[in-house]
Ligand binder design. Structure first.
Ligand code: SAH
Ligand code: SF4
Ligand code: F3S
Length: 435
């Protein structure tokens, strides 16, 4: 009987990609994935520390697993990812039923650690090497129609609120030929869409200088059989004209860019260390929309950053109205110890943070709905992703502009391209009928 593996993933797509890789590695030594926690012989919790709320949820989950460990003492519980990197052995002090903690820098040691624990049950903590050179290992996804491909690791930007550079280390880009080889293998296995991942993909290749991100996109575009290319995240300060041109010139590149602005006032952008002004962001968006007219634009926004005034916040609301983002992920500023902003004076009261978030969401939701309402009766090609979570008869797909489309299932399968007509646009999704 094979051993069973369950990975619980929190956080961003980088973590999703890491979980897929860890799963592939563990399958090679006999672990079969299971959905049922109760069944598992090995549970990995792949963690995120970007906001306090994420960490609280994860600590709760780790606590829940204690019961399972008591029922099945041979169960191995590992904590990986960003919180593992950040908190290391503190996690085991807090929850001694954790068997191992593996940071982001030494994922290549996963199998060694699991094998050790299979014979000797004792605590292992590995959190060194956060900025070490990439240990290259080409991963061959099994038949997924859409695949996440990390193209670089780490971040050099040190936005003053952000923990990511501290838990993911410095920027390191993979070699272009490794990336191409991996995508080719995925396409040979049925992938039609890839999402190229990095904390700041626009600065891809600045370390090894073998290719810029624009050049990489062009190379990926030449892979036969690959139909759609997505990427995230783009940092406004590194979005070059060369890149805008590469997007415009290549039909395989989806008409969507996620371009986090974070805030709409220069004073706060500077305190956040974002490296651009409101006016520079505005110019960039004008250029993008001129060169790639159909492009959808999404963003991230943070409210309640230290010293934020009503006037700053009003500027942001005004800017959001002006930009007309298709959608925005809005966050309440979370104080992360070890980051500069955690020590800034004038931390904002929780109540005010929540009030501002509500206001911002109301403004953005109205815009998202207005934009989507204009799509009524329009036709789109969507890539089918599969059944929706709540209703097996309703299927989900995505347009090239990354809009979520729901439609009644016929005979199509995940990975198919179909045409739909929008019947009922909503704020976060579009209801449609197949044509
Ligand atoms: N590298 C990406 C994403 C980083 S994390 C980028 O630069 O855009 C995703 C989002 O979480 C960020 O864009 C930011 O809006 C938000 N975020 C990061 N740190 C945060 C914090 N301390 N509090 C609240 N939101 C935060
Ligand atoms: Fe965090 Fe800024 Fe890096 Fe994004 S660019 S990961 S927000 S430090
Ligand atoms: Fe979270 Fe780490 Fe991603 S902190 S957002 S999982 S890089």
């Amino acid at each position: 009987m094979s051993k069973k593996l369950k990975i619980i993933t929190y956080g961003c797509q980088m973590n999703v990609a890491d979980s897929e890789r860890m799963s592939a590695r563990l399958q090679s030594i006999g672990y079969a994935p299971t959905d049922a926690l109760d069944d598992a012989d090995l549970i990995l919790i792949n963690t995120c520390s970007v906001r306090e709320s994420a960490e609280e949820k994860i600590l709760g989950k780790i606590g829940e697993i204690k019961r399972l460990k008591m029922q099945k003492p041979s169960l191995i519980l590992g904590v990986t990812g960003c919180m593992a990197q950040k908190d290391g052995d503190q996690l085991i002090k807090r929850a001694p039923h954790i068997d191992f903690v593996l940071g982001t820098g030494r994922q290549s040691e996963l199998l060694r650690i699991v094998r050790l624990l299979e014979s000797f049950h004792r605590h292992i903590v590995v959190t060194d090497g956060v900025s070490d050179p990439i240990v290259e290992e080409i991963y061959t996804p099994r038949g997924a129609h859409s695949t996440f491909i990390p193209i670089m690791y780490g971040c050099n930007n040190f936005c003053t609120y952000c923990i990511v550079p501290h838990v993911r280390g410095r920027e390191r880009s993979r070699q272009p030929e490794d990336i191409i080889r991996e995508i080719q293998a995925a396409v040979d296995n049925g992938t039609v869409e890839v999402t190229l991942l990095g904390q700041n993909v626009n600065s891809y290749g600045k370390d090894h200088r073998r290719a810029t991100f624009a050049q990489l996109l062009t190379m990926v575009g030449e892979i036969d059989g690959l139909k759609r290319i997505r990427f995230m995240t783009s940092h406004p300060k590194d979005l070059s004209d060369e890149l805008i041109k590469a997007i415009a010139d290549n039909e395989k590149i989806c008409r969507h860019i996620h371009l986090p602005v974070q805030y709409g006032s220069d004073r706060l952008l500077q305190k956040m260390n974002r490296g651009y002004t409101v006016e520079q962001y505005r110019r960039l968006v004008e250029k993008l929309r001129a060169e790639v007219p159909s492009i959808a634009l999404t963003t991230d926004l943070i409210v309640g950053f230290p010293s934020e005034t009503d006037a700053d916040f009003d500027e942001t609301l005004k800017f959001v109205r002006e930009m007309r983002f298709d959608a925005a992920f809005t966050f309440i500023y979370s104080r992360r110890s070890g980051t500069p902003a955690a020590t800034f004076d004038d931390q904002i009261d929780d109540r005010i943070k929540h009030e501002r978030l509500e206001k911002l969401m109301a403004v953005q939701n109205a815009i998202s709905l207005e934009i989507n309402e204009r799509l009524k009766d329009q036709e789109f090609e969507v890539l089918v992703e599969g059944a929706s979570k709540n209703d097996e008869k309703i299927f989900i797909g995505r347009t090239r502009t990354n809009k979520l489309v729901l439609f009644e299932h016929g005979d199509e399968r995940a990975g198919d391209f179909i045409r739909v007509r929008i019947t009922q646009p909503q704020t976060w999704l579009l209801r449609a009928e197949r044509i």
